[in-house]
Write a protein that binds this ligand. Structure first.
Ligand code: SAM
Length: 213
């Protein structure tokens, strides 16, 4: 956890993009998320993708453990907010956004009941040993039938230290094998592997549907 506080403190936030994620924009309209629903965004940083989701008519429930990221999200998007104590976090609210400042793993079961979720640079940001706990939280905080869009990143783990940690397609299939339906929508070869000293670098997009109970 110390890692992320240092990264934000030192403005080492190279993952943050000043444009909407192309894979989100391309795939979200086709994954049958109900209109105007509540979308959970774990480990949200100050991602502009939350703005895009709100523009589609959704309400957005984010989780971020570094306060600077949460406050910058609102200030950089010229949004006033109010703070409420909720779900064991301090929730920063400016409709349609509710960004929780806190540890995603500390959330008690069924606090959120999201209709959908979006993960870009969230599961790959955490230690691989925490992945099962992450999947359990996704299950605990979503409704039956909830739809997720997951964007991954894969490379030979021995060639680079995470985060981001490598997550291969077969790992996604295995992690979500119980209680979810998983569909790979796109597999992309990224072309910046050489400058990172990697023999390959890929990204995949998955639609992950929570089974009805
Ligand atoms: C690689 S960044 C990605 C942020 C965002 N998803 C994006 O695409 O810009 C990962 C973020 O997760 C946050 N984070 C890491 N572990 C967390 C946890 N357990 N609970 C909440 N946030 C966490 C970090 O502070 C960091 O802002």
């Amino acid at each position: 956890m110390e890692h992320w506080h240092k990264r934000w403190l030192n403005n080492q936030t190279g993952w943050h993009k000043s444009t909407f994620n192309e894979l989100l924009v391309n795939h979200w309209p086709a994954i049958d998320v109900p209109p105007n629903c509540n979308v959970m965004v774990p480990m949200c940083g100050k991602s502009l993708d939350m703005i895009w989701l709100a523009q589609q008519g959704h309400s957005v429930t984010g989780f971020e453990m570094v306060k600077k990221a949460v406050t910058q999200f609102f200030s950089e998007n010229q949004l006033d907010y109010e703070i409420e104590d909720k779900n064991g976090c301090s929730m920063h609210v400016s409709e349609p956004f509710a960004i929780h400042h806190g540890d995603f793993f500390q959330l008690k079961p069924e606090h959120i009941q999201a209709d959908a979720w979006y993960d870009r640079a969230a599961i790959i940001a955490i230690e691989p040993s925490m992945r099962q706990a992450y999947v359990k939280q996704i299950r605990n905080q979503t409704r039956p039938g909830a739809i997720g869009l997951l964007i991954t990143f894969a490379y030979p783990q021995e060639q680079m230290q995470g985060p981001p940690f490598s997550l291969h397609d077969e790992d996604v299939m295995e992690l979500f094998s119980n209680g979810f339906e998983v569909k790979c929508l796109e597999h992309v070869q990224l072309d910046d592997e050489k400058e990172r000293g990697l023999t390959y670098l890929t990204s995949s997009v998955f639609k992950i549907t929570r089974n009805e109970d």
